[in-house]
Ligand binder design. Structure first.
Ligand code: 2RA
Length: 338
């Protein structure tokens, strides 16, 4: 069967990627509606050779919908309940419902069964969380993780379409000695990096850093894992990278970790130092897998492991993960009966 799909936030960077991935994965889209704020209403966007006019989101945008994707921002808070009331299941890429105990937070390679207890809303985790947790899960299963220290190197496209433009404009301005006026980021991002993503919160951690702590614990169903994070914006267009230091209860050697990663879903091991092979944004962009490399023991502690991961945060970190969730809903017959 085919499904009536509504996409809210169709004109943004994640919305664009959702349409691309729906098409590529041959998702059974019967009817499609594209929505956004009034600012983008009237814009024409193509899907499979047909143009759709973007409508301003209203509660009635969800009449008859089976699946609603919210690409991000405040829209799901405003319109999510209206969509659920009308019998749709929503897959929400914003942070609005992620930590709600009534809402499953799902990465299909890690906790697919959690989609089964949804009450109409399923949250798609933050991009940096998804990328980390795909690699953490098999190590947690093999050796039980006690503590994680993670530092991220996040691409500008994580901050949306305007941020991509800002890096281009600033890079040209630096090379041509022009004037730079930061708009999306608090400082110049071209030829710089900024250890500040989202707003500052408790203990001087940013919201992005707290997401790494709380969301990973929720997805792994284990609040006892100690997690500390530093999240950094870097002048890369696409694909987030992360350096992850893991302490486990049981010793896991680099060799064993490599074997574990090699048979884990959603992971490609790129780890051959002698041949200069390691994950990089240049090669992980436009891919759906999480690339894992630089796998080595942290010999400063008895049971330590270091890894380096890179993955396309607009795809696996957002659009692909959301569509995999929709595929699970169909597979497990978890859509609402009309
Ligand atoms: C970022 N985590 O990269 C965000 C996107 N949701 O800014």
């Amino acid at each position: 069967s085919e499904f009536k799909v509504v996409l809210v936030g169709a004109s943004g960077a994640v919305g664009h990627e959702i349409l691309k991935v729906l098409d590529e994965r041959n998702f059974p889209v019967g009817d499609l509606k594209l929505c956004a704020t009034s600012r983008s209403a009237g814009k024409e966007i193509a899907y499979r050779g047909k143009y759709y006019s973007v409508e301003e989101t209203t509660p009635d945008s969800f009449n008859g919908a089976d699946i609603v994707f919210f690409a991000g921002g405040a829209a799901s808070k405003e319109f999510g309940p209206a969509a659920v009331e009308r019998g749709a299941v929503i897959i929400d890429n914003s942070s609005n419902f992620r930590m709600d105990p009534e809402v499953p937070l799902v990465v299909p390679e890690v906790n697919p069964e959690d989609v089964k207890w949804h009450k109409g809303i399923i949250a798609n985790p933050n991009c940096s969380t998804i990328i980390a947790v795909v690699a953490l899960k098999p190590i947690h299963d093999a050796a039980k993780i006690k503590r994680i220290v993670v530092s991220t190197y996040q691409a500008v496209s994580g901050a949306g379409a305007e941020a991509i433009e800002e890096l281009t404009v600033q890079t040209k301005a630096v090379l041509e000695q022009g004037k730079i006026t930061p708009e999306v980021f608090p400082y110049q991002i071209a030829f710089n990096l900024i250890p500040h993503i989202d707003v500052f919160m408790d203990l001087d951690y940013t919201k992005e850093e707290w997401k790494m702590v709380k969301e990973n614990q929720k997805i792994l169903h284990d609040d006892s894992i100690a997690i500390t994070a530093t999240t950094v914006r870097v002048p890369v267009y696409r694909s987030h990278s992360e350096s992850i230091n893991i302490e486990t209860e049981r010793k896991i050697t680099a060799l064993e970790a490599r074997q574990v990663f090699e048979k884990s879903p959603g992971i490609v091991v790129v780890d051959d130092p002698a041949a200069k092979k390691y994950p990089m944004p240049l090669f992980s962009s436009d891919q759906d897998e999480v690339f894992v490399g630089r796998i080595r023991e942290d010999n400063s502690i008895p049971n330590g492991l270091n890894i380096w991961v890179a993955a396309d945060q607009l795809r696996k970190g957002a659009a692909t993960n959301a569509i995999q969730i929709a595929e699970l809903l169909i597979k497990y017959d978890c859509l609402k009966k009309k």
